[in-house]
Design a protein around this ligand. Structure first.
Ligand code: DAH
Length: 342
């Protein structure tokens, strides 16, 4: 058999490198192939390079050019083989690289979250009260004493105003210089709505309130309330009772009995604690009453012309009763194993 020319030997080498690197699947095979073709001393490229001296002088430039092309091609083969071995290693599988991606396989399902149980309760309360004709009003969580206390007829000497029972902010309002605090009740929104709208009024307001209570099974320094306010001509306590009864019946899903107990709030007169009957128990669900004439006057309404009722309910309590949650702290630990149940 005639001896192969230099160029022919290069072609044979290129072909062998092609099939060897193409078959590489493991780090060991990779290293073997690298030494076989690119090894600095005994590599096949190296030994072919040594024969360059025997090529006719005239043919040498063409041979050198071809040699460099083949060398680059083999180096590129090595790079591809390195990547392939890394990918296979990461996916820990021996599927050939060409078959790794199968577009017909089902995708990885992504985990969907859902609304927090308190948010779900808020949505449901809005829905029920919306059907009773109440629209949603909003107010800020950082308030002044006028909205949190004074306009609500809560006198300077009232224990609810004790600085130790409220979260006062270290800095005053930059415009008025008046103290600021985190609202301790959503009743603030009654004042904001009445100041900016003439009667009649029929609103609810749902949101966070803050009190420096030590957290235990039934207390948390932040919780949610739903405030209700209805102002019109000749509103009576019978209207209050029927609205609360319709509300409780819708929320609990069966005919619910309501009970009023006499109570006191500075912003209502008379004032009541409202209870509903649930599993043969009377459950307290909030305070209510007829809006005090002093409050109506504070917002510029005429107590001779309009009357109204107001109520305030704890949203956590409603949510916890519904779901039989017995520790309020569970709602705010952000443990998905707990929250995903609701
Ligand atoms: N603001 C009261 C509280 O946080 C709850 C309340 C009672 C709201 C009576 C009212 C009401 O609107 O009429 O304890």
């Amino acid at each position: 058999m005639a001896e192969l020319t230099f160029l022919e030997q290069l072609d044979v080498l290129a072909e062998a490198a092609d099939s060897t690197f193409e078959a590489v699947r493991t780090p060991e095979a990779l290293e073997e192939a690298r030494i076989e073709f690119l090894g600095a001393k005994k590599g096949k490229l190296k030994s072919i390079q040594k024969q360059m001296g025997q090529v006719e002088k005239a043919d040498r430039p063409a041979a050198g050019k071809r040699f460099n092309e083949i060398k680059q091609a083999i180096e590129a083969q090595l790079e591809r083989a390195i990547l392939r071995v890394q990918t296979l290693d990461a996916s820990d599988s021996d599927v050939p690289s060409g078959e790794i991606f199968d577009p017909s396989l089902p995708g990885n399902a992504c985990r969907l979250g859902h609304l927090h149980p308190i948010t779900q309760t808020i949505e449901e309360l809005k829905d029920i009260m919306g059907r009773l004709g109440f629209t949603v009003a909003d107010g800020p969580e950082v308030e002044g004493e006028w909205y949190n206390f004074e306009a609500l007829n809560i006198a300077e000497s009232h224990p609810a105003r004790d600085p130790l029972d409220n979260f006062y902010l270290a800095t005053a309002n930059s415009n008025s210089g008046l103290p600021r605090l985190l609202r301790s009740q959503t009743s603030t929104v009654q004042i904001r709505v009445m100041e900016s709208t003439p009667p009649p009024v029929r609103i609810i307001s749902l949101g966070r309130v803050y009190r420096p209570d030590t957290a235990d099974a039934t207390h948390y320094p932040m919780f949610h309330q739903m405030e209700g306010l209805l102002i019109d001509h000749q509103v009576t306590m019978a209207d209050l009772k029927s609205v609360l009864r319709l509300f409780a019946t819708s929320y609990l899903g069966s005919e619910v009995h309501i009970r009023f107990r006499p109570s006191f709030f500075p912003f209502t007169e008379p004032s009541v604690e409202a209870d509903f009957r649930w599993h043969d128990e009377w459950i307290e669900f909030g305070g209510a009453g007829m809006v005090d004439p002093n409050v109506l006057e504070a917002v510029g309404y005429d107590p001779e012309q309009v009357t109204g009722f107001a109520f305030g309910l704890g949203i956590e309590r409603l949510c916890m009763r519904r779901h039989a949650i017995n520790d309020i702290r569970e709602l705010y630990r952000n443990d998905v194993r707990f929250l995903q149940q609701f």
